[in-house]
Design a protein around this ligand. Structure first.
Ligand code: ADP
Ligand code: MG
Length: 687
């Protein structure tokens, strides 16, 4: 059975399904359908609900509708091109619509004026309402119509007809019983009265009625979450109950004390609280698995340093992992001296460390001669072994999601884990999204920070003024960032390339030195530029969002974000956090000529507040779904059947189901199909 189930993840063409030609299999690839699983989970985009026929007088336009009409005229007008067009006018007695089909000249003969037809398609508002290439169906049987029939409507491509897709699905949904074993543990199915998988698959594609359809949708939402949450929680549960190391840590904290003595400031109360909480957790017998959230500039690094020194003093090794080479370098440069002063050997290991040097380093880490390793993800990839690993700190969480954490654990790199994130996430979401992490919040900024003055620049004269202002600040010795959005479709979006901006900015600020930073550059080149900026050999840094996370140059006090409407609030907030890091007043210019109301509202929020949590809440209000503040790579942002805002309750409920189940089962998932689905899900995300 289990072996048979595996087949649903096989390439479709190896399955040799009777109901599908090889050609059709090929075409499906463009819909991202590669396996039987993909096919069966290719759910309708909408339903053609015959129970819900619209009247023409009720139409609003730009909607997907089912109409019951009679044709008034049908013809093939001559147009001087190879395109063949069929035009029709139709009515249902409450109004008139125009219908156009392309490349189907035979329709002019086969459709009959004065008989009843069903038209299904997208309706647009023009002079009359208009449908292009709608589906049509002759109403032959009045009873069938009245009874109603709900047909699936799939997103499809030109060369794969809606009806073909329907036929294929109908056959496979019904006949492939043997593959479709229940992947939700039966305890959960029973307790929460969940529609079984076989039935739900049938109902979601070919619903008998709306009630069944809703039940089926609920089932797939739960199933999808269950696969994710079980995958996340399974390991945590096992770690939690079994042999979590008992850390017998000394309380002297001499290294910590010396480190703090050397700092030029006192820790904030919030920093202290988080540190004391985590101290206690080391001795709890369970691995720490904690997210430390704190707005940009709240001083997360210091917190991490203190905790690292604590375990290092006790003979353990520590790791700091950063998402990029630049950040890793920055950490290394700022930490190394302080730590070596305390006699703590600190080393740097990223993809750019190679050859003999690397071999030696890996050897030293294995022997426990290195106390702190700072690096990038290369640390996981390279199978680095530790003698006695005590704490892993992951900086800037939103580039390092659930999947990567699972990967760490799967590689047997089990240790205490602290994830530092500058991305504020509304509490309501955080609890469900970070299924496997406990959360601490540093909810206070160090004293004396000046608010960053933020202004939305919407016109040319304002832009000129802003440039004058920037020039003045540069002349006083400050530095400035310019950030441009990533360019996907430069022509269409009329966004200038970074090269063009370079030209513009070089012209405008001809007395100043300009550096460029973008994702396509080699790591070594990026590091060079960052170093020059830090050392004040460059006055202006023109960059893409590469600078988004963690870069710390206190003398840079102005950030101008070009085409600011193209960034999410999350990014704007992170970008703004690049300034306001030192003693000087800092400024943020949001340059945008947007007309869009939501964009405007976003820019105004940025002007109004600097509180990341507030911004996150506002962001939630402005968006209905899609990618939300800081949810990328949590594994929750690419869910198909769940909207992480609308369905917070479901997320929470499913998480509770998982915990309850895992407790009952002592951490073991005993449904093999679910296990396989989890494996697939995480495999997919890692590739
Ligand atoms: P983030 O939380 O964004 O990672 P950092 O840890 O980089 O913030 O800290 C930002 C700046 O604030 C650093 O220059 C750091 O030295 C400084 N800092 C950290 N804690 C304090 C504090 N308690 N008082 C004053 N400055 C602090
Ligand atoms: Mg930081």
């Amino acid at each position: 059975m289990v072996d048979e189930y595996k087949l649903i993840f096989e390439d479709l063409k190896n399955l040799n399904l009777k109901s599908m030609t090889i050609k059709e299999t090929e075409k499906m690839k463009s819909l991202d359908i590669k396996t039987l699983h993909d096919l069966l989970y290719y759910f309708p985009r909408a339903y053609d609900d015959r129970t819900n026929i619209k009247k023409i007088e009720e139409l609003r336009g730009d909607e997907y509708v089912v109409l019951k009409v009679q044709f008034l005229t049908i013809s093939n007008p001559y147009i001087p091109s190879r395109i063949k067009m069929t035009k029709a006018r139709a009515t249902d007695g409450t109004g008139v619509i125009d219908v156009v089909w392309f490349q189907m000249p035979y329709l002019a003969k086969s459709l009959k004026v004065g008989e009843d037809y069903i038209l299904i398609g997208h309706i647009k508002r023009g002079y009359n309402f208009q449908m292009t290439n709608p589906e049509y169906k002759k109403v032959s049987n009045q009873i069938e119509m009245e009874k109603g029939e709900i047909l699936p409507v799939y997103s499809t491509t030109k060369n794969l007809a809606q009806n073909t897709l329907r036929k294929i699905l109908k056959k496979n949904v019904v006949t492939n019983k043997k593959y479709f074993m229940e992947n939700i543990p039966y305890e959960i199915v029973e307790k929460y009265k969940i529609m079984n998988r076989q039935k739900a698959l049938n109902e979601i594609h070919f619903p008998q009625d709306k009630k069944n359809l809703e039940e089926a949708k609920r089932r797939f939402a739960i199933e999808e979450l269950l696969i994710l949450e079980m995958g996340i929680l399974e390991k945590k549960f096992i770690e939690g109950v079994s042999d979590g190391k008992k850390y017998e840590l000394k309380d002297s904290k001499i290294l910590v004390k010396n480190y703090l003595k050397n700092l030029s400031f006192d820790l904030t109360k919030a920093q202290k609280n988080v540190i004391t909480d985590i101290y206690k957790e080391f001795n709890s017998g369970v691995f720490i698995n904690r997210l430390v959230q704190g707005d940009v500039g709240s001083g997360k690094t210091v917190v991490a340093m203190v905790l690292l020194l604590y375990i290092i003093e006790n003979g353990y090794q520590g790791v700091i992992m950063a998402p990029t080479e630049i950040l890793a370098t920055q950490h290394y440069l700022s930490i190394k001296d302080d730590f070596e002063k305390l006699g703590v050997r600190t080393e740097f290991l990223t993809g750019s460390v190679k050859g003999k040097k690397k071999e030696k380093l890996i050897e030293d880490i294995k022997n426990g001669e290195v106390s702190l390793v700072i690096g990038t993800h290369a640390l996981i990839e390279d199978n680095v072994e530790f003698e006695k690993l005590g704490l892993i700190v992951i900086d800037e969480q939103h580039r390092f999601g659930v999947v990567q954490r699972k990967k760490l654990r799967d590689k047997g790199i089990l240790s205490n884990l602290l994830v530092m994130s500058a991305t504020p996430i509304p509490r309501s979401l955080a609890l469900s999204i970070y299924g496997d992490l406990d959360i601490s919040i540093i909810d206070e900024l160090p004293p004396g920070r000046k608010a960053i003055k933020t202004k939305w620049i919407g016109t040319e004269p304002d832009l000129e003024k802003a440039y004058d202002f920037i020039e003045k600040k540069l002349s006083e010795g400050r530095q400035a960032y310019f950030v441009v959005p990533l360019i996907e479709d430069s022509e269409k979006m009329a966004v200038k390339s970074i090269e063009q901006y370079k030209y513009e900015i070089e012209n405008r600020f001809s007395n100043y030195r300009i550096g460029i930073l973008h994702g396509k550059m080699k790591n070594s080149e990026k590091d060079e530029v960052m170093k020059s900026f830090k050392n004040k050999e460059i006055d202006i840094l023109l960059s893409t969002t590469v600078v988004e996370v963690g870069i710390n140059v206190p003398n840079a006090t102005i950030i101008s974000i070009i085409n600011a409407e193209r960034f999410g609030l999350s990014s704007l907030h992170q970008l703004r956090g690049r300034v306001g890091r030192g003693e000087y007043q800092s400024y943020c210019f949001l340059i945008s000529k947007t007309d869009n109301d939501v964009s405007k509202a976003r820019l105004r929020i940025m002007e109004k507040t600097q509180d990341g949590f507030e911004i996150a809440e506002e962001d939630l209000r402005l968006r209905k779904s899609g990618e939300i503040f800081g949810t990328k790579q949590t594994g929750f942002s690419d869910l198909k059947f769940i909207d992480i805002i609308q369905d917070v309750k479901t997320i929470k409920a499913v998480k509770d189901m998982c915990i309850e189940y895992l407790k009952e089962k002592k951490g073991i998932i005993d449904n093999p199909y679910l296990k396989m689905d989890i494996e697939e899900k995480f495999k997919e995300q890692l590739s």
